[in-house]
Design a protein around this ligand. Structure first.
Ligand code: PLP
Length: 424
């Protein structure tokens, strides 16, 4: 019998044209939502962590050269040989950490892919993963995608890690701890002693440390200690970093993972099925950057970000926020409780305050609750300072006028359009 040409009038019930349950807890990235709001209000976007200034010329030339040389096809799935070798040289030079580029290094599409590939490869459904709170927005969805159960430990700006809370969070169910240092958004750079305490617990509970060291070179206090260099940790650490922040190339999507061979083997399989590989010509360019940019580049990076940090931090304090100068990374988490008089009803929570600040003051932060579990961060907003000085100075001027903003009449259309700060 021929099949009827018309579709059944009613869908079967329950409909299978629906979304997977694992996505139901995901919100749209609040940071991207705030960037949209910044565009709408012609406001300075201090929400999203991308630099608005140029990448090093050496890298750009190397990328252009790679394209001219027709490096256009898939690289080896776990990374172009030149880049894996440059990464190995870099870890040895900087930290005395030896890694075999053939068996222990994987190049990924940013630290973002590195983290989810690692969790999917190493964590079983139901395993517990310890996450510091406030946390980088992606770690929540990452643990959900890996079917893991996050267990939170506080790590607040300027506060030492509470080692008793940390010890209480570990148990035989703990599969891994995610360690982000320098940390977004707390700005903490974990000390050698704090990392030592984490290491001791990882060893005691036979757990993995999965680190996110993407801000390793944006640091104003303390030293950067890869936890993999601590005794007994090399064999249980997955070290993640990348080019996005160090070389101001967040759109290039080059990250990497250094992990013991057995772990790397599983991670590479997940990585291959997820993305096949990172952009081939850009891998060549990052290899050149890692090998050729010398100490003066890294010193310049720190000095540049220190100036930006101090500019924004002073402006926030003057405006009436309560905040600590971060030890590393390029974010300031600021408490706006003292600004309730200026903000009126908008001070009732972080989202209302962030929207008000964007609309009325012309500076757009991210609501603090994006970095906490339900109920946390309601009196906080987060600002980035990875912007050029003209943008930050204008943001500082606007913020300093915040206390008398209620009386201010400057029309929104009258604001200078600082286009380079308004992207995305
Ligand atoms: C802690 C942290 N990890 C990872 C990333 C993203 O890194 P990538 O661009 O290499 O994916 C960010 C970006 O803001 C971040 O703050």
């Amino acid at each position: 019998m021929p099949l009827p040409l018309t579709a059944p009038r009613r869908p079967c019930y329950p409909s299978r044209v629906s979304t997977a349950r694992r996505t139901h807890g995901f919100r749209e990235s609040v940071i991207r939502g705030m960037s949209r709001l910044a565009r709408e209000h012609r406001s300075i976007n201090l929400a999203q962590g991308f630099p608005n200034f140029a990448a090093p010329a050496l890298l750009k030339e190397a990328a252009a050269r790679a394209i001219r040389d027709d490096i256009n096809q898939y690289a080896i799935t776990w990374g172009a040989g030149a880049l894996r070798e440059a990464i190995a040289r870099k870890y040895e030079r900087w930290y005395g950490l030896r890694a075999d580029p053939e068996r222990e290094i994987t190049v990924t599409c940013g630290a973002t892919e590195a983290m989810i590939s690692s969790l999917l490869a190493l964590v079983n459904p139901g395993d517990e993963v310890i996450v510091f709170e406030p946390f980088y927005e992606n770690y929540g969805p990452d643990t959900i995608l890996a079917d893991a159960r996050p267990v939170y430990v506080p790590l607040e700006p300027g506060e030492p890690l509470d080692l008793e809370r940390l010890a209480a969070a570990f148990s035989p169910r703990t599969r891994a701890i995610i360690v982000n240092t320098p940390s977004n958004p707390s700005g903490r750079v974990l000390t050698r002693a704090e990392l030592g305490a984490i290491a001791e617990l990882c060893i005691r509970y036979d757990a993995l440390a999965v680190t996110d060291e993407i801000y390793e070179h944006i640091r104003f206090e303390g030293e950067h200690v890869p936890i993999a260099t601590l005794p007994g940790m090399r064999e249980r650490t997955v070290t993640i970093s990348g080019a996005s922040k160090t070389f101001s190339v967040t759109g290039w999507r080059i990250g990497w993972i250094v992990a013991p061979a057995a772990l790397t083997d599983a991670i590479r399989k997940v990585h291959d099925f997820l993305t096949v590989g990172a952009p081939a010509p850009l891998q060549e360019a990052i290899a050149v950057g890692l090998d050729e940019l010398d100490a003066s580049f890294y010193a310049g990076l720190t000095a540049m970000y220190l100036g930006k940090r101090d500019l924004l931090h002073a402006a926030l304090l003057d405006a009436g926020f309560r905040c600590r100068a971060p030890e590393g990374a390029y974010y300031i988490l600021a408490d706006f409780t003292a600004l309730a008089a200026a903000a009126g009803g908008a001070a009732r929570d972080d989202t209302a305050f962030a929207e008000w600040l964007s609309r009325e003051v012309g500076v757009t932060p991210v609501p603090g609750s994006s970095f906490y579990r339900e109920g946390g961060g309601r009196s906080m907003v987060r600002f980035v300072f990875c912007k050029t000085e003209d943008i930050l100075s204008e943001a500082a001027r606007r913020l300093r006028g915040l206390r008398d903003v209620a009386a201010r009449t400057e029309p929104r259309e009258g604001r200078p359009a600082l286009e380079s700060g308004l992207q995305r």
